[in-house]
Design a binder for this molecule. Structure first.
Ligand SMILES: C=CC1=C(C)c2cc3[nH]c(cc4nc(cc5[nH]c(cc1n2)c(C)c5CCC(=O)O)C(CCC(=O)O)=C4C)c(C)c3C=C
Ligand SMILES: [Fe+2]
Ligand SMILES: [Fe+2]
Length: 337
């Protein structure tokens, strides 16, 4: 039977495009410079008028940061390339296996490669007339989710015969997401060789100003933490759960408390055993593997902490994939079942 004759499959192919932030092509200053130039030129990411920002970006940031960041990337690089790209590719591959024929699953990056326009065109050329774009950001923010929408709109603007498009909404409070985090965190904590006193939930930071401008990101993070805390109270009795924001960039005030400050303050006030999870990251990346796992450990132990561990993100393991499958199947409703 042709797909178009099948009662549960709409005419034309269906595509699912997973999108994450992006990453350099290599852990070298030149590749990191190219990546940062694109990333930090996005007005959704740095909300400073271009006339003021461009001289700072090109005169200072792109002269100094690439070497420093390349060093961080080099410490976490894998034989499959950047962790973020390798894990996102794994997620697409496993989602394809879970959904089976009838849906084409692929992945793209907002900055760098593979780009959103190239993958959108490839899906269209491959016969997909309906495409679900899934930004893998559980918490909505203009710097991430809206930026994916901007890039998608740019790509569609350049197409004559456009596919129909749906977007996966932010899923910060979705029961499937909270359940996946609960299961994954409990299993990873049980496998540690120590019992933590504190579980720190560290989210990527944002300039505090964006909260006052109406960005829901901060509230979404807080709600994820609250829902998770409600579940973890029974599963990890006696473990205190705290929330913080990492990866501060630039001189402006960012969301607080800062992860580094919390790690130092916890150790200074007597916490000896601490574990960090990063529920806002769908995949491990330089921010979790270098900033949390390497530098975070140094901060905690230098302030007197004794046992420290970072938990893996949901990545492409069972609980995270079951969640992605559930969210995507729900969003495809009516197109495919
Ligand atoms: C103005 C600066 C930045 C804002 C705002 C910002 C928001 C933001 N970022 C993520 C997720 C990721 N960020 C990653 C790396 C990264 N982020 C910034 C700056 C801002 N992020 C920089 C300069 C970098 C590059 C690394 C560095 O030089 O420190 C990554 C990892 C990418 C990788 O290749 O591994 C992720 C993921 C979110 C979710 C967010 C706002 C909510
Ligand atoms: Fe970032
Ligand atoms: Fe960082």
């Amino acid at each position: 039977m042709l797909p178009s004759d099948h009662p549960s499959i709409a005419s034309g192919g269906i595509g699912v495009l997973l999108v994450n932030l992006g990453t350099p092509d290599a852990p070298t200053p030149a590749a990191v410079r190219r990546y940062l130039a694109e990333f930090l030129s996005d007005p959704r990411v740095v909300e400073i008028p271009a006339i003021a920002w461009k001289p700072i970006l090109h005169g200072i940031i792109l002269r100094t940061r690439p070497a420093k960041s390349a060093h961080a990337y080099a410490q976490v690089w894998t034989d499959k390339g950047s962790p973020l790209a390798a894990i996102t590719a794994g997620q697409a591959h496993k989602l394809q296996e879970r959904l089976g024929e009838g849906v084409t699953v692929d992945w793209a990056m907002r900055y760098g490669n593979p780009s959103i326009p190239s993958k959108l065109q490839a899906m269209k050329d491959g016969g997909c007339e309906r495409i679900l774009v899934a930004p893998l950001y559980p918490q909505f923010s203009a710097a991430t989710t809206s930026s994916v929408m901007d890039k998608l709109a740019d790509a569609l603007r350049a197409m004559r015969w456009q596919p129909a498009v749906r977007i996966l909404p932010a899923y910060y409070d979705d029961p499937a997401y909270i359940a996946a985090l609960e299961e994954d965190i409990v299993a990873q904590v049980a496998a540690l060789d120590f019992v933590p006193e504190v579980l720190l939930l560290s989210y990527h930071g944002m300039p505090e100003r964006t909260l006052h401008l109406g960005d829901p990101y901060h509230c979404h993070c807080r709600k994820t933490s609250r829902l998770l805390l409600e579940r973890l109270e029974a599963r990890l009795p006696g473990v205190r759960v705290e929330t913080s924001f990492q990866s501060r960039f630039g001189r402006a005030k960012w969301l607080e408390p800062a992860t580094e400050a919390v790690l130092a303050a916890e150790a200074a006030s007597g916490t000896r055993r601490l574990v960090v999870a990063a529920p806002g990251f769908s995949a491990d990346c330089v921010e979790t593997l270098e900033e949390l796992a390497i530098r975070g450990r140094e901060v905690f132990s230098e302030a007197g902490g004794e046992r420290y561990a970072t938990l893996a993100c949901l990545n492409d393991r069972g609980p995270g994939m079951a969640m992605l499958e559930a969210l995507v199947r729900r969003e495809l409703g009516g197109w495919w079942s």
